[in-house]
Design a binder for this molecule. Sequence first.
Ligand code: G1P
Length: 292
Amino acid sequence: MKKVKKAIIPAAGYGTRFLPATKALPKEMLPIINKPTIQYIVEEAVAAGIEDIIIITGKPKRAIEDHFDKNYELEAELEQKGKLDLLEKVRQASNLANIYYVRQKEMAGLGDAILTAKSFIGDEAFAVLLGDDIVVNDGLTATKQLIEQHEKTGTSIVGVQRVADDATHRYGIIDPAGGRDRLYEVNSFVEKPAAGTAPSNLAILGRYLLTPGIFKHLEKRQVGAGGEIQLTDAIQMLNKEEKVFAYDFEGRRYDVGETDGFVKTTIDFALQSELKDDLVLYLREKLAELEK
Ligand code: G1P
């Protein structure tokens, strides 16, 4: 089987939950501490052996391109001042992978965004990583776990995890047919089921390993939930033709697509960094004030 080398990272959404910060800046450039969220995503892909990444951009895209490009002036300045640790950090972002960009012409949904990358992908299996979920793992990254399952089954694999029952309407949800070792056969994939109608609480969480067979279903441009062309609907059609499995991947997921999740992620990451000691004192103070 051919090695999975390509990945798509959609980054064209308006980021309305983060306005006005996202008026001129893609939400994927908002940092958790000092690293833009999209860099965590690119690093996950690279750690899974991905070599070529296509980022689907929307209107304000320059900041993303600049971030993964070289910045000669800044590098020269840091080098001259002997700030070598910062120089290393700056260089790291531009040395991660081969990154390409394509612009989604209209905001017609995630399915349309993925279709935009069809000619880049060609005839091989590929990964999709959505930027709203950062997955942290001691072992294999979520994407690597999906690739390993794909290498066993030869099929598309959709990454899932359990979510709270009252949150299922926010996600693509699977109706599992049964399975073991975290790998499920799937009866159906439903995008954002109305509250109380979800067939399970196993939600699609922003990681996919897809065969190129998906494109002919995306090309039908069937309009689904929210009036958008949904990737989940194309996966549902693909599952009728060639099996699509769901894999309950290991790893702690952080939802950075919502403002509250973003703040919580920032606190969590800070508590795992050199900022920890100061932050703990500060949070204790704040909590004590609240309890007065
Ligand atoms: C997208 C997908 C959905 C998935 C979710 C994960 O929805 O359409 O199936 O569960 O990402 O974050 P969005 O959050 O873009 O509305």
